[in-house]
Each structure stands twice: as C-alpha cells, then as structure tokens.
Design a binder for this molecule. Structure first.
Ligand code: HEC
Length: 262
C-alpha cells in the first residue's frame, strides 16, 4: 500500500533525480564552454575541401606566398594536378616556380641552418600542419599578425606569441594594431585585456576579401594534410549504404524463415 510517507519518499527520490540531471546538464554546458575556451577561441575557418575552385586558389596563394620558406615535402605536383582538376601544363606554368618537374615533391632550396639563423627558427614543413594544429588555428594565425615594434619583424601574433614568421601577407591585409582595454582587478592592479584589432594601414584587399584569401589557403593546407579525405568520406557513405541494404535483405530473409515457426 502506498502510504503518505512512502509517497513523499518517492517524490523526494524523483526530485533528487531531477536535481542530479539538471546539475549534470549544467555541468555539461559549463564543460563545453570550458572546452571552447581551451581551444583558444579561434575563429572558425569554415573551409570546404570539396570546393575545387577554392583549392585551386589556395594552391596559387600557397605557391606565391608560402612556398618560398615552407616545404610541403609529402606532396607531389602530379598528385595536385589530378586532385585539383588541372592539366600537367597548367601545374607546370602556374605552380612550379623553381624549374622542378611534375614528379617532384614540394621541397624548398633554403638551407635549414641558414633559415634558423635568419628567422631565429626554421620554417616548419607544412604538409601535415592542418592535422597537427587544426584549420581554425591556421585561419586565426594568418589573421592575427599585429604591429609590435619590439619584434625583429615589426609584427607579433596573438595566436603564436613572438612568432618568428614575418607577416608575409601584409600587403594584402594591411597592418593592424592590437587593441587592449584596462580591466581593474579586485586588488586594484590594472590588467590589459585584448579586445580586437583595428586596421592601421589598409591593404590591397578588403577585410572580407582577405578572409576569403586566407580561407582558400587554409583549405589547401587542409587538403594536403590528407589528400584522400574526400575519397575516404565518399567511400564511407557507400559502405554505410551497402550495410543498410544488407541489413534490409537479412531482415527480410529472417522474416521469411521464421514466418511459419510461431
Ligand atoms: C619569410 C619566410 C616565411 C614565409 C614566406 C612564410 N612563413 Fe610561415 N613561418 C616562417 C617561420 C620562420 C616560422 C616559424 C615561426 C615560429 O615558430 O615562431 C613559420 C611558421 C609557420 C606556421 C606554424 C605556426 C605554429 O603554430 O607553429 C604556419 C602554420 C605557417 N608558418 C604558415 C605559413 C603560410 C600559410 C604562409 C603563406 C601565406 C607562410 N607561412 C609563409 C616563415 C615564413
């Protein structure tokens, strides 16, 4: 029999359950907020490796602005030709600047020791950089150079503090200043909080066009990080489709076998 006390106990249990669930949900929400803060609050790259036109522009950007310092030694030009829908002649004329061959990989002639002496750090190979850093990081990195006269290159970077890389895209983006606001801490000290960038000298591209330029370049880096990713995804969907079909057939067969048993 359900007495009054039992009922109260039961409803207590229920409200405890509800409270735990709600707390759990809050913790989950806080957890994901923490996760995004831990990710550094990077801007989303929103690139699309299935967009071949964007990859072609990215390859052009990369060869013109990055390949002088960075190798991508796991990438071969003739593979680019196939994946980017370019003819061999187009690749030779537009992407290979150092007199190399189609069968070459994207190496550089700069000596690593020299590079380390010139920049303080050798420029890393970029074949797998999108895999190790993530596309949002790369997108934000290329947008976050700001004027800093204390640095040998005249610029610093909010994503990679004291970056040894010069702002090679400054003619396109222009030069920006980092803006800080003073926040008074409870103990009376004033802390500098970064609030955003303001353009000090405009570049050749509008901010929107610069974003597109960077997105295409990051898209290309994403692609070279795993050239087969499109095929892999396509194949994945086909395999799932096949399994679904197989399931339906197997289920129909089971129905057929068991229909007289019961
Ligand atoms: C003048 C030479 C030079 C050019 C050109 C150049 N870089 Fe760099 N880059 C460097 C150096 C030097 C570093 C090492 C920076 C460091 O670790 O402080 C670097 C580092 C990087 C990194 C790694 C950042 C990290 O988190 O470790 C990325 C990504 C990168 N460059 C992308 C690019 C892209 C994309 C381009 C073309 C738009 C480019 N770079 C053009 C010199 C160059």
């Amino acid at each position: 029999m359900l007495t009054k006390t039992m009922f109260i106990k039961k409803s207590n249990k229920l409200s405890l359950f509800a409270a735990v669930m709600t707390a759990g949900l809050f913790a989950f929400g806080a957890g994901s907020a923490l996760a995004s803060a831990a990710a550094g609050g990077y801007e989303r790259a929103n690139n699309d490796v299935s967009n071949v036109a964007s990859l072609q522009r990215g390859a052009r950007n990369y060869m013109n602005y990055c390949a002088g310092c960075h190798s991508a030694k796991y990438v071969r030009f003739n593979r680019l030709a196939v994946d980017l829908g370019l003819t061999d002649a187009q690749v030779e004329q537009n992407l290979i600047f150092n007199g190399g061959k189609l069968t070459d990989t994207m190496t550089i002639t700069m000596d690593e020791g020299d590079a380390a002496r010139w920049f303080g750090k050798a420029p890393p190979d970029l074949s797998l950089i999108a895999r190790s850093r993530g596309t949002d990081y790369l997108y934000s990195f290329l947008k976050s150079f700001y004027l800093d006269p204390s640095r040998p290159t005249g610029v610093n970077n909010t994503v990679l503090a004291s970056a040894a890389m010069p702002h090679v895209l400054w003619e396109l983006q222009g030069l920006q200043r980092a803006v800080y606001e003073g926040v008074t801490a409870p103990d009376g000290s004033v802390e500098k909080h970064f609030t955003g960038f303001e353009l000090a000298t405009p570049g050749q591209l509008s901010p929107e066009a610069y974003d597109e330029f960077v997105r295409d370049t990051v898209n290309f880096l994403d692609y070279i990080g795993e050239p087969v990713q499109l095929q892999r995804r396509n194949l994945g969907f086909r395999v799932l489709g096949f399994l679904l079909l197989l399931f339906l057939l197997a289920y129909a067969l089971k129905q057929e076998y068991w229909k007289d048993v019961k």
